[in-house]
Design a protein around this ligand. Structure first.
Ligand code: GDP
Ligand code: MG
Length: 388
């Protein structure tokens, strides 16, 4: 068989030391190596760097079996790369129909403490810049609000939240001149900034809406100030979502002497968020303002390929018939078709999902399932998506 065709999706995770970044990625990867997961899932999550994968798996097992957490890292900025590979590549027919065979999730950690402290040397400053540049390809950035710190500041959460968002704003502002080439605003930049509550198990009574309200009430103006700075860095600043999306994350349920890794919140949304949310948002934006076609794939990585795979060979024809304005010039997967596909109600997506399963269109099955997972995340109160 020919080499598999891989499409990359990047995600950037901003979080201070101890906010849960390493545990998050260990829980994401480790759980995917469980027998039960392997049995049910349509895909394998493979660490592209084997020794890194082993380390994450070790962390996971240490937590699960001995309630032992990974050593806290300071100033570590590690990209993790995982290939999401279909277990069954399907028959040649399915293979030739789909635009790609595997997804790659590249996960960039950005240590928040870098924003709180000045670089100690020129080399250090250079490393920060390099790390930030590397994550610019990400469509989505998660800003972690440390659930434990929030708890420690109960009643005066603004003290922690203001420092967090202000630090982020300041840090990015400091890098701005070096990030922009000749002062030109960037096209490729994380366009969706999700504010995420890590260690959400510390807040059993808070759902994503409650979390949003807390952030807006206590630190609304600081988030706005950060938004302004981000807008100042990009082309088409309207195509930038900040304080529109919120989510809960809990890598496990932490109890005294026990870490229950089967009780996780939000981790199943990481892949759907990294792959489909940018596409969905692109469509929302395109309904409000014009997006130059040459930027489509740069505002949302792999927009066309994902849309084709999502809509599926069977569905695409039906959709195109419903959208009379789509001419050959716009290509087979013009935005209107994608828009229609993304707006299909849950029942129709479920149908498409079932249809793809029967036809062994495994990539379409996976992507329609991601779409259903996002809906479910909203329903369960783990995710608030932009209404705009
Ligand atoms: N309650 C709870 N605690 C967590 C969770 N994730 C991490 N922690 C705690 O936070 C500590 C720091 O996490 P770590 O991932 O090392 O933080 P990092 O510095 O951002 O990589 C861990 O040792 C755990 O004690 C979570 O989902 N829930
Ligand atoms: Mg760490």
């Amino acid at each position: 068989m020919a080499a598999i065709r891989v499409r990359e999706q990047h995600i950037a995770v901003f979080g201070g030391s101890g906010s849960g970044k390493t545990v998050l990625v260990s829980s994401f990867y480790g759980a995917a190596q469980e027998q039960s997961y392997l049995k049910e899932s349509l895909f394998h999550v493979i660490a592209d760097d084997t020794s890194q994968g082993t380390r994450l798996h070790q962390y996971y097992l240490g937590m699960k079996n001995q309630a032992k957490t990974p050593e806290t890292t300071h100033f570590a900025a590690t990209p993790y790369s995982f290939t999401i590979k279909l277990k069954d590549q399907g028959d040649t027919k399915a293979t030739s129909r789909r635009p790609f065979d595997a997804l790659r999730l590249v996960w960039h950690d950005y240590p928040g403490e870098w924003f709180a402290e000045e670089p100690s040397s020129a080399t250090e400053a250079e490393r920060r810049l390099h790390t930030f540049r590397a994550l610019l390809r990400s469509d989505v950035a998660l800003v972690l609000v440390d659930g434990q710190k929030l708890l420690d500041h109960a009643g005066e959460e603004e003290k922690y939240l203001k420092a967090l968002f202000w630090g982020l704003r300041d840090g990015i502002l400091r890098l701005k001149d070096d990030l922009l080439d000749d002062g030109e605003p960037l096209v490729e930049f994380p366009r969706i900034w999700i504010i995420a509550l890590s260690k959400a198990d510390c807040h059993p009574n808070l759902d994503a809406h409650g979390f949003r309200d807390l952030v807006v009430e206590k630190a609304g103006s600081d988030v706005t100030a950060l938004h302004e700075v981000l807008r100042g860095m990009v082309e088409l600043p309207d195509a930038l979502s900040m304080s529109e999306d919120f989510m809960l994350l809990s890598s496990a349920k932490f109890e005294p002497g026990k870490i229950e890794l089967t009780e996780r919140v939000g981790l199943n949304l990481i892949l759907p968020i990294a792959s489909l949310l940018p596409l969905e948002r692109l469509v929302q934006w395109s309904e409000r303002f014009d997006i130059p076609r040459k930027w489509l794939d740069r505002l949302a990585d792999n927009a066309e390929a994902l849309a084709t795979a999502l809509v599926g060979a069977g569905v695409v024809a039906t959709l195109l018939n419903k959208v009379p304005k789509v001419g050959p010039a716009l290509g087979r997967v013009a935005l209107p078709a994608v828009a229609t596909a993304l707006k299909l109600g849950a029942p129709r997506i479920k149908e498409a999902n079932a249809e793809a399963r029967v036809n062994k269109d495994h990539m379409t099955t996976v992507l329609t399932q991601f779409r259903l997972d996002l809906d479910q995340g909203v329903e369960e109160g783990h995710l608030v998506k932009s209404y705009r």
